[in-house]
Design a protein around this ligand. Structure first.
Ligand code: BG6
Length: 500
């Protein structure tokens, strides 16, 4: 294997190792990395959480997790992986726990020859992030010498719940870690099809000359889910769709579609250009919010088989937490002036799918004369399917066979899964990049703050507006009718979900 695809020696400390993220994503990803040779011999994992457990119990729980959420596990592979797994009970609010952690870390550093490199993965409640960072610093667990062994921190979203809290969290982290040591996760950025947006734009000569207001009429960005909130009702009540999906995943997709070419493909130069996008977003404030942002909440399905959001575990029966959002966003810069970007995301929609539809302008004049023929010439569209299909297609007009001119719409189609069936899932990519110190897929402090600067006034407008309950939409539908009205005002329509 290419040496750049092998992680350096390291002790990965998972804070919150008794939780869902560790079981569902992290340990299955680490097991897959172990099996495929991405982890060096000098690599170990120390899980820590308040739950009382020893190494043996932790290993058994992680084996069950991999069996359920990961690839098939063999006994021999598991035995060699399990030898890397350790556990330490500890309360994150207790300074003594960090001193005990320091002792254990020193012992494991020596035993696994990790060169003193360490990475802390914060998989805890977000309210604990700042406190944990401070305690790690106070216990002397964070190396500060840029030339010595590395100490890094990986942080799951949500990163703050509004602008002020995101700023406060950045401040708290920067008290202990330099920005190069902080890896703020947005797992959408690790999806291959999302990364492909920049390759499509900047490794081809045919798209970029058209990528502007002269040629693009409008863009739709959707991340629809078929599932509901499941067992995460408690978290979701605090979050809602704007914090859960729009502030991060949707704005990141928008930034990749909209950004100027970076000077080069290094983390800071790419992130500079993304921050420019957030700066250029036309603020949605006061009354504009009610015009350009539609919020919805799923009700029971039409046939009653699926219950509404109100009935989910952990959700208040009179909750006004939105589970759907549709926004019209404008980018105030030279390239995009006047081009609307329609963003849409929600739970319990007709189909789970994420995609970007770039609609080009209509032809300026129809030379074919016949009214019928001209009416059948649809504008070109470039559609980037992010999931579940991982593909790109370009729609263009073509002649249907027969006398005269009959115009039809054809598709040029490229399928990622066919071509690359073994692409690694997001958490493997994120862990490997963080271990290699590559920050391109992670958010920088200014980017996170700028995106909250855009979202916070929307949250405030809805919080301060007594009659602004979200529109109800039946589970399994296309979302609230008001979202159709939002886009229809400009003479457009949403790409139907599930081919409806
Ligand atoms: C997470 C949200 O960040 O993204 C979830 O918290 C959501 O609510 C998930 O379900 C969607 O991710 P994906 O990769 O399944 O589209």
């Amino acid at each position: 294997m290419d040496q750049t695809n092998i992680a350096p020696p390291c002790l990965l400390v998972i804070m919150g190792a008794a939780g869902d993220l560790t079981r569902r994503k992290l340990v299955p990803a680490l097991y897959a990395m172990h099996r495929t040779g991405h982890l060096p011999a000098s690599f170990a994992i120390l899980g820590t959480a308040r739950l009382e457990m020893d190494d043996t119990a932790f290993r058994a729980a992680m084996r069950a997790a991999c069996d359920t959420f990961g690839e098939a596990v063999t006994d021999a592979e598991w035995a060699s992986f399990a030898a890397r797994l350790h556990y330490q009970t500890g309360n994150f609010n207790d300074a003594g726990a960090y001193l005990a952690l320091a002792v254990r870390i020193a012992e494991l550093d020596a035993r696994h020859a990790t060169d003193g490199n360490r990475m802390f993965f914060l998989a805890t409640l977000p309210s604990l992030y700042a406190g944990i960072a401070a305690q790690l610093g106070a216990a002397g667990l964070v190396h500060t010498d840029p030339d010595g062994p590395f100490s890094r921190v990986l942080i799951e979203k949500p990163f703050g719940h509004d602008l002020a809290s995101a700023q406060a969290l950045n401040h708290a982290l920067h008290e202990v870690f330099r920005e190069e040591q902080i890896f703020r996760i947005d797992h959408y950025l690790a999806k291959e099809t999302v990364q492909n947006i920049l390759v499509l734009r900047f490794a081809n000569a045919v798209f970029e000359p058209l990528w502007n207001r002269q040629h693009i009429d409008y863009v739709q960005i959707s991340a629809a889910e078929h599932i509901g909130v499941g067992s995460r009702g408690g978290y979701y009540e605090e979050s809602g769709v704007l914090r859960d999906m729009v502030q991060n995943h949707l704005l990141q997709l928008l930034a990749l579609i909209v950004m100027e070419a970076p000077l080069n493909f290094t983390a800071d130069r790419v992130r500079d250009r993304k921050v420019d996008v957030f700066r250029a977003l036309r603020p949605l404030i006061g009354e504009d919010v009610y015009r350009d942002v539609v919020l919805g909440q799923y009700a029971a399905s039409a046939d009653g088989a699926v219950q509404g959001y109100h009935r989910e575990a952990g959700v208040s029966p009179d909750s006004i937490t939105p589970t759907f959002a549709a926004l019209k966003v404008q980018v105030d810069n030279w390239r995009w002036q006047g081009v609307p970007f329609y963003l849409r995301t929600g739970k319990r929609l007709a189909q789970g799918c994420a995609e970007v539809v770039v609609q080009f302008r209509s032809i300026p004049f129809c030379v074919f004369g016949e009214e019928d023929t001209c009416a059948r010439i649809a504008p070109n569209r470039l559609v980037l399917h992010i999931q579940p299909d991982e593909s790109v297609h370009l729609e263009f007009a073509t002649k249907a066979p027969g006398p005269g001119i009959a115009v039809d719409t054809a598709r040029m189609h490229f399928d990622f899964q066919d071509r690359y069936p073994d692409a690694p899932p997001p958490y493997q990519r994120l862990l490997l990049d963080a271990l290699r110190g590559e920050q391109l897929l992670f958010n920088r402090s200014d980017g996170v703050e700028m995106s909250w600067r855009f979202i916070t006034p929307i949250l405030e407008a809805y919080a301060d507006h007594p009659g602004a309950e979200p529109y109800a939409y039946p589970a399994g539908s296309q979302g609230p009718v008001a979202a159709d009205t939002l886009i229809a005002r400009d003479g457009h329509a949403w790409q139907p979900l599930g081919g409806a």
